[in-house]
Design a protein around this ligand. Structure first.
Ligand code: PGA
Length: 252
């Protein structure tokens, strides 16, 4: 039985005080949820204050990016050691916005995934096709490429600490969602890909989140699909009430 994981990707939003206000409201709203893992991913500047505001709660902290070196002459980067130090358990890696605007590649994703795991951070690896890929019938080949290269070289134990987020790029921030059937089909495909290199037992335990315009009103039908194990939520995670509703959609 997989515990669903619902994560809020705040992207480039919220000052420190706004971030603390949001999680302070959220922690009360989800205090009774015990069967969903709840994660928030603020900006780097808010991580420390949010970590303090979340102490003693059931909400875990994630970063939105990471660099693979521990320290050194890498101006502007943040290391796995620093993310552990500030209290992160998770880190989002390979989000489509990073692939599109910041030159993230499958190779850099894989290096970041390995660095995160080495330091006890759990990667949330984002994969997903663009609209033109889908229209050209390339959804599965693009997703396969992202998944296989993203997890390349991971042991079964490392894979078990990893979450995969399937987010079709055309659904992110657009209000257009993959239908539950479309999403389920790709999630099942991703699980079948993992079977190539890992046992059925391991493959059954991996959590695969859906993402792309997940909202309170579509969350239940998405999160009840057989291979959908939670959601990575952008816009709807910026408001405590709507994010709490999505968390509860993943609950028992
Ligand atoms: P969205 O973003 O929910 O605003 O579509 C999801 C994401 O990019 O992770």
């Amino acid at each position: 039985m997989r515990t669903p994981i619902v994560a809020g990707n705040w992207k480039l939003n919220k000052t420190i005080s706004e971030a603390v206000e949001l999680v302070t409201a959220l922690r009360d709203l989800v205090a009774n949820v015990t069967d969903v893992e709840i994660v928030v991913a603020p900006t780097f500047t808010a991580l420390s204050a949010v970590a303090r505001a979340l102490q003693g709660s059931n909400i875990r902290l994630s970063a939105q990016n990471i660099f693979w070196e521990d320290s050194g002459a890498f101006t502007g980067e943040i290391s796995p050691v620093m993310l552990k130090d500030v209290g992160c358990d998770y880190v989002i890696i390979g989000h489509s916005e990073r692939r599109q605007y910041f030159g993230e590649t499958n190779e850099s994703v894989n290096r970041k995934v390995k660095a995160a795991l080495t330091h006890g951070l759990k990667p949330i690896i984002c994969v997903g096709e663009r609209l033109e890929d889908r229209e050209a019938g390339k959804t599965k080949s693009v997703v396969e490429n992202h998944v296989i290269n993203g997890i390349d070289g991971l042991s079964a134990e490392q894979l078990l600490s990893t979450v995969i987020a399937y987010e079709p790029v055309w659904a992110i921030g657009t209000g257009i969602t993959a239908t539950p059937n479309e999403a389920q089909e790709v999630h099942a495909f991703i699980r079948s890909l993992l079977l190539r290199n890992y046992s059925a037992d391991v493959t059954e335990q991996i959590r695969i989140q859906c993402g792309g315009s997940v909202k309170p009103d579509n969350a239940v039908e998405l999160l009840t699909q057989a291979d959908i194990d939670g959601a990575l939520v952008g816009g709807a995670s910026l408001e405590a009430e709507s994010f709490a509703q999505i968390v509860k959609a993943g609950s028992g």
